[in-house]
Design a protein around this ligand. Sequence first.
Ligand SMILES: Nc1nc2c(ncn2[C@@H]2O[C@H](COP(=O)(O)OP(=O)(O)O)[C@@H](O)[C@H]2O)c(=O)[nH]1
Ligand SMILES: [Mg+2]
Length: 256
Amino acid sequence: MFCSVIVGTAGSGKSMLTASLEKWLTESDLSVAVVNLDPGVEDLPYTSDVDIREYVDYAEVMNKYGLGPNGALVASLDMAVSFANELRGEIVDTEANYVLIDCPGQMELFAYRNSGPLMISSIRGQDPALSIYLLDSNIARTPAGYLSSMLLGLSISIRFGLPQLNVLSKQDILLENQVQEIVGWSEDSYLLEEALDTSEGGLLREYSDSILRMLDDLGGAATVIPASAKQMSGMETLYGEMQRIFAGGEDYATEE
Ligand SMILES: Nc1nc2c(ncn2[C@@H]2O[C@H](COP(=O)(O)OP(=O)(O)O)[C@@H](O)[C@H]2O)c(=O)[nH]1
Ligand SMILES: [Mg+2]
């Protein structure tokens, strides 16, 4: 199985992208399993095949220990780690080729605690995995917003240690030329530097040189893939990039 871990800030569109990608893969005759890792979520835009809520009761954790929403999420995730093998077992039993893992809304509580990365590594076992990091169009539309989103993405990739694809989510809220401008920033850091120079002042302008050089050096400047979960756009390109990473461009899923 091939695991794709969908990460991004709260509200960046992880759950909706999970739903759309599942739909696209299913319509392409590929077998997919969807995993919800958010213990506190109430409504999901897809039907989960494997769900962390079957193992931990977020509301009960909240009441029993007198915790607020964030504390309860952290405690629930910590508890859920002891069921990671059961979760993996359930996923393996689906016999799906593609496994989409929808991460909790509050990414910082998931990625920057030990339980998040631990959960992911237990779930994937020895199977190939990548992360799909969402840059929200609402934020990445400005040069400074884009740069800070890329830095966050870099930080996330360090936490999970997985090859990462950067997706510009909600591209439908931008004009086509805005989307192309952002793709340009990701392909050529000189364009981003120019945009920062004309739009930013102060500290960012002072440091942008060294930040951009670091991103370039670390390969953090991989081209972003524009997508809209709402309009189902960008799915084919995203799938192509997933394949490239998983199987050197070969579509093992169709071999069965
Ligand atoms: N315009 C637009 N809105 C989207 C898209 N994907 C998600 N949203 C909206 O963004 C909000 C958060 O989406 P959700 O998938 O729950 O984000 P999550 O917290 O990262 O799982 C919701 O109001 C969605 O309707 C998209 O492709 N286009
Ligand atoms: Mg969500």
